[in-house]
Design a protein around this ligand. Structure first.
Ligand SMILES: *Cc1c(COP(=O)(O)O)cnc(C)c1O
Length: 413
């Protein structure tokens, strides 16, 4: 972690964090706690847990010790004050909206967000929480969209699939000046490449499914409170949760209204898989970013490729911003084929790269965007978002670099 939380390095802290509190029998991994309910010897303790005066477990839907160990790990990785885990990344985002907004509140979101996040925001708009989508690569667009009812600004760090980098720092300054909750989805960078607390984010979302878990074998999501937002001035906190210390009011309401009432709890087994994956986050991602850089350079010089979108290339519109903010420019890129090339035929020639919709896996995954994940929105909206018919998204894995480049060389012919 950085100097502000502990003097241990990022990976050391992940590996040895669980044992900060003694684990049964000296186990090195936090055990799987599968019990749904928890017993108390004294009625007074049961009451105190229910009234939030004492920490403890009440019912599995609100958390369990295995998940709590993962929450502590994510909090440490993000340099935050508390984390709530959810069954998926989408559940984490939905919980923020359900728990912290009321009808009539207004949201400003980057238009370059994960497709399902975009769809979720539209659902919320239909329930009476209007959302304005703006090009968040420039803070001026965010500022113009603010209204007196704006309670929340939502951005991603590096957008998928076109890799736009939001104006993270200046949007943070704007939100701080206006007292607006700033939510940053850090999935594409993960806390190894970037900590949104640094630019003033109040809440950080991580889809644990992606780089933190890393192996494509478990779904999970997390919301971390960075301690940067003043909840005492946020009007939507219920009286009950005002009794908590100021720093805990937001996460308490999120845990109660979002997790307990919404019900998308992360199971102990999934939490275990994700925690094991997290141990090698820094190692995997360093290798993935190095592979992505090499692949981006290879594609940029290939005659069958007409455009490459990767923040590590000097031609990228936010290249300097990415250099200033992130440890590395991420492991996701996209590219367009030159006219006359059939995108599906090219993808069929891969022998190593996997045709799949996930990202953040150890394996390199590729998908034709317009025909799959952006199919439902239609051609007009795709054109607005700059999604060409030949656009291919690549989530770069940890394969040996020559094998990976060789597979692309073969596919591009
Ligand atoms: C995948 C993803 C999500 C959703 O995570 P799930 O665990 O699949 O629900 C949210 N945000 C971003 C940026 C993602 O890539």
């Amino acid at each position: 972690m950085s100097e502000d939380t502990t003097d241990r390095g990022f990976t050391t802290a992940i590996l040895h964090g669980d044992r900060a509190s003694p684990i049964e029998h000296g186990a090195l991994h936090k055990p799987l706690h599968l019990s749904v309910a928890y017993a108390y010897a004294r009625a007074e303790d049961l009451v105190a847990v229910f009234q939030g005066r004492q920490s403890g477990y009440a019912y599995g839907r609100q958390g369990n010790p295995t998940t709590a160990a993962l929450e502590a790990k994510v909090t440490a990785m993000e340099g935050g004050v508390a984390t709530a885990c959810f069954s998926t990344g989408m559940a984490a985002i939905e919980a923020i909206l359900v728990a912290l907004l009321t009808g009539g509140d207004h949201v400003v979101s980057s238009s370059f967000v994960f497709g399902n996040t975009n769809s979720l925001f539209n659902t919320f708009a239909s329930h009476g929480t209007p959302v304005t989508f703006v090009d968040a690569t420039d803070v001026a667009n965010v500022e113009r969209a603010l209204t007196p009812a704006t309670k929340l600004v939502f951005v991603e760090t590096i957008a998928n699939p076109r890799t736009q980098v939001a104006d993270l720092e200046r949007i943070g300054d704007l939100c701080r000046a206006r007292g607006i909750l700033y939510v940053v989805d850090n999935t594409m960078t993960s806390p190894w490449l970037f900590r949104p607390a640094r630019v003033g984010a109040g809440l950080v979302v991580n889809a644990l499914t992606k780089y933190i878990g890393g192996h494509g074998n478990a779904l999970g999501g997390a919301v971390t409170d960075t301690g940067r937002f003043d909840w005492t001035r946020y009007p939507n906190i219920a009286d009950n949760y005002r009794k908590q210390p100021p720093a805990m009011q937001g996460i308490t309401q999120l845990r109660k209204k979002g997790l307990r009432d919404g019900g998308a709890a992360l199971s102990a087994e999934q939490a275990h898989h994700l925690a094991v994956g997290a141990e090698t986050l820094a190692l995997r991602l360093d290798r993935q970013c190095a592979n992505a850089m090499a692949l981006a350079q290879f594609l940029a010089s290939h005659p069958a490729v007409s455009a490459v979108h990767y923040p590590g290339l000097p031609t990228h519109a936010q290249h300097e911003r990415a250099r200033a903010l992130f440890r590395a420019p991420g492991a996701l890129l996209s590219f367009e084929l030159a006219p006359g090339r059939n995108v599906l035929d090219a993808l069929d020639a891969f022998r190593i790269v996997v045709l799949s919709s996930n990202l953040g896996d150890n394996r390199t995954l590729a998908i034709p965007v317009a025909q799959t994940i952006y199919w439902e929105m239609g051609a007009a909206r795709r054109a607005e978002m700059g999604i060409a018919d030949s656009l291919v998204r690549v989530s770069v894995g940890i394969e040996d670099r020559d094998d990976l480049i060789g597979d692309f060389r073969r596919a591009l012919g």
